[in-house]
Design a protein around this ligand. Structure first.
Ligand code: FAD
Length: 555
């Protein structure tokens, strides 16, 4: 019997993971990998930091070379080879050698597609002017570096405030450029909810990045050696260069032309075994739509983890070991100057759109024990099922410890965990790393208390005009800023002054971050006075107000 012939299209995250794993599962298979670009297995995630000169040696971006694939895994890697068509009937692909122009066909038993996603480049007037860049490959990053160095660029406009846009804004600013970030949505980092993204926006502005929200590019022009951007709202920006970071589009043309099923969002349709609508063709990575574990909907998820893991899984299936991919949940992290923003699962916007009922908790714990020097406040939001407490999503921003908390919650979420599991999670602790009751435990405790009716909470956007607002912070905190109409009764005197609270109007208590408000609500409850604690306290209220999420100020 002849050896199984496995062909791979695309040699970076998904394709390279697949090919290496396929070899580890089968010594007999013949594996040939075709990559259109000059490199395989390069670190696209490192590219913004190469532009920013944090990574100084380009060679460090190469995780493996074609030679290494040959030596280590006996995989025939052909760079600068583009696969141009799939003949499903004959089980052959058409390939063009981009160096020589030679065209040829290769037969396969099983085919893996990992062609990734291409940066979106809308047909704006002037889009092809020199100085307008996208970033996907090492040559792209080299061109950006050369432009900055050779032209002495001093100003940059980054279009799009997603992960790549923010990383580029930071790295260009780090190189001393004056950076303007322009985003169509009314917030930066759209995968976060607006009040969480507000902290990121603040961090950008604090580091001198000009942030323009709710406006987009109308077109580009070149005037006197400068690039001119006219925005949709009619403003003009002048700059030396532009980075487009307005998203990516699955590279599904090859699959579409071969008649494979394509999803509503433009990605290749695959099942849980990463099999396309053709049983001998598999697909992974940015090019596919994967099932979201929270909403059950299929989306392209252009992240490295969701390309690598199904790559391994597909290799197991192709080589006969079986298995299935668990799906994706969008766990992601982004560094923005001194701040980290991370998330997992669904955000509030997505849950609303999907019609999934949810409850939410905001909290602002410290990353490690308050008494140990250097403790930083984190801002966290946890979303969960109001009946079962099952985790639906979490977001966190802050200067330390953010990604660890989101990783813990991401693991719990993937395993179907609840806020009760977070409450009980046993996590490592020493004062410089965390607290005996960790931020994750707090998130679970507050949420579980709410579900058990032991700590009734309300949210700032639920307040009715007849609400009585009691600010239980100390007088000096109150005097520094408070919600209009709130009365100050510090927690320490609340027990004695409880008789001042009206019995015929809903009473809400709040403090700075929600903890003293919880103590106040519990104490009142046990004394027969029903009140509700405003989740996340004054800190959350300010973030909601600043991000435009508070409908009406309280009277
Ligand atoms: P890719 O890694 O894009 O590889 C696809 C390859 O297929 C390409 O090299 C392409 O040339 C080749 N190809 C396409 N069509 C053909 C064809 N017809 N024939 C031959 N070859 C073909 N994700 C994170 O999780 N964290 C991060 O911090 C992060 N940072 C990023 C920063 C940047 C600048 C970029 C661009 C991406 C970043 N990502 C990050 C996303 C992550 O890199 C991708 O999700 C991941 O690389 C997708 O893997 P893939 O194998 O699907 O596609």
């Amino acid at each position: 019997m002849s050896a199984q012939r496995i062909l791979v299209v695309g040699g970076v995250a998904g394709g390279a993971s697949f090919a290496a794993r396929a070899r580890r599962q089968s010594e007999n298979a013949e594996i040939i990998l075709f990559e259109r670009g000059p490199h395989v297995s390069f670190a696209n995630c490192g590219l913004p930091y190469y532009v920013g000169e944090v990574i100084t040696d380009e060679a460090n971006l190469l995780m493996a070379t074609p030679q290494r694939f040959r030596d280590l895994f006996r995989i025939d890697v052909r760079t600068r080879h583009e696969v141009t068509a799939i003949d499903r009937e004959a089980r052959e692909i058409e390939v063009v050698d981009l160096e020589s122009g030679r065209r040829f066909r290769e037969r396969y038993d099983e085919l893996l597609l990992a062609p990734g996603a291409a940066p979106v480049r809308p047909p704006f007037p002037g889009i092809d002017l020199p100085g307008i860049f996208t970033l996907r490959t090492i040559p792209d990053s080299r061109k950006i570096r050369e432009w900055i160095d050779e032209r002495g660029a001093r100003r940059a406009v980054v279009v799009g405030a997603g992960f790549i846009g923010l990383e580029m804004a930071e790295n260009l600013a780090r190189r001393g450029l004056e950076v303007t970030l322009i985003e169509l949505q009314p917030q930066v980092l759209p995968p976060l909810d607006a009040e969480m993204a507000w902290y990121v926006q603040h961090e950008l502005q604090h580091h001198g990045v000009r942030v323009v929200l709710g406006d987009g590019v109308g077109g580009f022009a070149e005037r006197n050696g400068e690039l001119e951007i006219v925005t949709a709202a009619g403003h003009t920006l002048r700059t030396d260069m532009v980075i487009l970071g307005i998203g990516v589009k699955p590279e599904a043309t090859l699959a579409r032309e071969a008649g494979l099923a394509i999803g509503a969002r433009g990605g290749i349709v695959v099942d849980r075994q990463m099999r396309t609508s053709d049983p001998h063709i598999f697909a992974v990575g940015d090019a596919v739509e994967s099932v979201d574990v929270v909403t059950g909907q299929s989306f392209p998820v252009p992240l490295a983890g969701p390309a690598n893991r199904p790559g391994r899984r597909a290799a197991d299936i192709v080589t006969g070991k079986g298995g299935a991919f668990r799906g994706t949940q969008g766990t992601a992290v982004c560094g923005v100057f001194d701040m980290t923003a991370a998330l997992t699962g669904a955000n509030e916007k997505t849950l609303v759109q999907a019609g999934i009922p949810f409850a939410k908790t905001w909290l602002h714990p410290r990353d490690h024990a308050k008494y140990y020097p250097g403790a930083e406040t984190m801002h966290m939001k946890v979303l969960y099922d109001p009946a079962s407490g099952k985790l639906l999503g979490a977001q966190a921003v802050g200067k330390a410890g953010v990604e660890r908390r989101i990783d813990v919650i991401a693991t719990a979420l993937q395993l179907g965990g609840t806020v009760y599991d977070l409450e009980e999670a046993e996590l490592c602790y020493a004062p410089q790393y965390g607290s005996a009751k960790d931020a994750v435990n707090f998130a679970g405790m507050i949420s579980a208390n709410t579900l058990r009716g032991e700590g009734p909470v309300a949210h700032w956007d639920e307040l009715t005009p007849d609400a009585v607002l009691i600010d239980v912070r100390d007088e000096d905190e109150f005097s520094l800023g408070h919600v209009p109409g709130a009365r100050n009764i510090p927690l320490a005197s609340l027990r004695e002054r409880a008789h001042e609270l009206p019995a015929d109007r809903p009473v809400y208590v709040y403090c700075q971050v929600g903890q003293r408000g919880y103590y106040a609500a519990r104490m009142l409850e046990l004394n027969g006075i029903h009140s509700r604690n405003l989740s996340g306290g004054y800190e959350t209220r300010q973030a909601l107000a600043a991000s435009g999420r508070l409908p009406e100020p309280v009277a």
